[in-house]
Design a protein around this ligand. Structure first.
Ligand code: HEM
Length: 491
């Protein structure tokens, strides 16, 4: 009888984490290790006739990794081109913990962003935050972590960020009211919202809510830069096509540099608000760091390049998950009403009380992450999962696969924010939408705050409905292509 009852007892939504000791990992014996070359290998392109190419097109790269981990195991080799060196893919939290223990204090991301690096070099810019490594990276990163990852930093900007988010919601409803049946104009407006928020934090400029020709051009340039983040050194041999792409990237970088220079000039003419709670990012970089002018511009390019489309896309995924799960949406709406009431501004105090909102956001980023993988290069020959990895091997951490790993999450494909109530049970390496370790996303706090602000404003007045399911498409980020939502006024 007792055994029968235990069968019916609900298993927890999170499979309790196993404790992983970094020390034990480091001490593990290397002698019995197999070699990367002995691992099963996932080949994506073996010449142009490989059936893999048709079975797993580039636009489904996230699913490719996920399916391969099911077929080949939690650790396997990956060879993007038949002549390129083998890389490693890992897809469990324990292997990720091992990678993290061995990546060193100044981790290296490896050879991604080949074209954009070339374009930056040709413009006399240094590698910048995203592509630098070693001491150069640490010098750029430390002052940014110190500021951007402090909860107090973001709360100082709250009233204005809330106003910017509210304004974006009003415009989005207006766009839909004009009978727009797809999400493209709404996505553009979301991009403008993230850029406006960034411009406020960086320069205290509250930009126009109209999409001008200048901002559209700037967005196009940013998008081409983001696409440039994805290219790797493997494609160097296609030099003719790369030359054209690099030329285009130089033009895009120039547009972004001009845009930022203009913001810097405008901000110099603005009177300083005596009531402001925070200095701008620009003032901070000018007065509290040893960055020169080019490094300051380069920092803005890195922050915007890494921050705009990621936040825009993750917001769309959150809204999609809420539209698809109406009960969750109603529960969230109740929380928003009870915390914010009739206030037109979301304050830092409100924000700290939006507990269910935080759970919904985490769950959305687990089940529908925007970044599919992140990469590392280990400083020396090492072992991971008992496999010997030669120096300079690129290691992929499968963010998408780890978030859906059934050994760590019960019903991993279901959107269940309540599983975050038992947060202590969750292995920190099983939830990595912002990466892991010292190199993890420096804009995480900003992104989380922005997404919650805009969603609180939306949910307080409108109900979201799913009109059309998206087809997730990998384009450096995993995007909800074809997603169509409608917004109904709450009475
Ligand atoms: C929901 C939105 C976002 C997601 C999902 C996201 C995700 C990520 C991921 C996965 C990484 C790689 C981390 C690693 O290698 O361990 C990363 C790095 C980075 N992110 Fe974000 N990010 C988001 C928003 C932002 C924002 C708003 C900013 C800027 C304010 C930003 C700036 C950066 C930068 C500069 C890096 C490189 C950090 C370094 O190399 O030191 N991100 N992000």
């Amino acid at each position: 009888m007792f055994r029968l009852l235990t069968l019916f007892r609900r298993s927890p939504l999170v499979i309790p984490s196993r404790t992983i000791s970094t020390e034990n990992i480091l001490k593990r014996d290397v002698v019995a290790a197999t070699h990367l070359d002995d691992l099963p290998t996932a080949k994506r392109f073996l010449g142009l006739v490989d059936l893999e190419l048709t079975r797993h097109p580039m636009s489904k790269l996230h699913e490719f990794f996920y399916k391969r981990s099911k077929e080949l195991g939690e650790i396997y080799a990956f060879q993007p081109f038949f002549f390129s060196p083998k890389q490693l893919v890992i897809s469990t939290p324990s292997l990720l913990a091992e990678l993290s223990a061995k990546e060193g204090k100044n981790p290296d991301r490896g050879n991604s962003g080949f074209n954009i690096r070339r374009a930056m070099e040709m413009l006399g810019l240094k590698k910048g935050l995203v592509f630098s490594y070693g001491a150069e990276w640490k010098r750029l990163r430390d002052p940014l972590s110190k500021r951007l990852l402090r909860p107090k930093f973001i709360s100082g900007y709250f009233p204005k960020l809330s106003e910017i988010a509210k304004c974006a919601v009003t415009d989005i409803i207006d766009i839909q009211g004009r009978g727009q049946m797809n999400l493209d104009p709404i996505v553009e407006r979301l991009r403008l919202w993230t850029v406006n928020s960034a411009n406020y934090m960086a320069f205290h400029i509250f930009s126009s809510t109209e999409l001008t020709e200048e901002t559209s051009e700037y967005f196009q340039a940013m998008m081409s830069i983001v696409r440039g983040f994805g290219s790797t050194k493997d494609i160097e041999w296609l030099s003719y096509f790369q030359r054209k792409k690099i030329r285009k990237l130089i033009e895009s970088l120039q547009t972004v540099i001009n845009y930022n220079n203009k913001q810097i000039q405008v901000s110099a003419t603005l009177p300083k608000d005596p009531d402001r709670e925070q200095i701008t990012m620009l003032e901070y970089l000018q007065t509290e760091t040893d960055f020169d002018e080019k490094e300051i511009i380069n920092t803005f390019i890195s922050l915007l390049g890494a921050g705009v489309d990621t936040t825009t896309t993750s917001t769309q995924w959150l809204w999609y998950n809420l539209a698809k799960n109406l009960k969750v949406q109603e529960k969230l709406c109740e929380e928003v009403h009870s915390v914010i009431g009739d206030s037109s501004v979301v304050t830092a105090e409100h924000f700290n009380k939006l507990h269910y909102m935080k759970m919904c956001l985490k769950e959305s980023m687990r089940v529908t992450p925007t970044v599919g993988t992140f990469t590392r290069i280990l400083p020396e020959e090492s072992t991971i999962g008992g496999v010997c990895i030669p120096k300079d091997t690129q290691v992929f951490a499968d963010i998408y696969g780890i978030g859906l790993n059934e050994n760590y999450w019960r019903d991993p494909l279901e959107f269940i924010p309540e599983r975050w109530e038992s947060r202590k049970e969750i292995d920190p390496f099983s939830f990595i939408p912002f990466g892991a370790g010292p190199r993890m996303c420096v804009g995480r706090r900003i992104a989380e705050a922005q997404m919650q602000l805009i969603t609180a404003h939306l949910c307080s007045s409108y109900k979201l409905h799913l009109v059309k399911e998206p087809d997730p498409k990998f384009e450096v980020l995993i995007k909800p292509e074809g997603l169509n939502l409608s917004f109904e006024k709450r009475v």
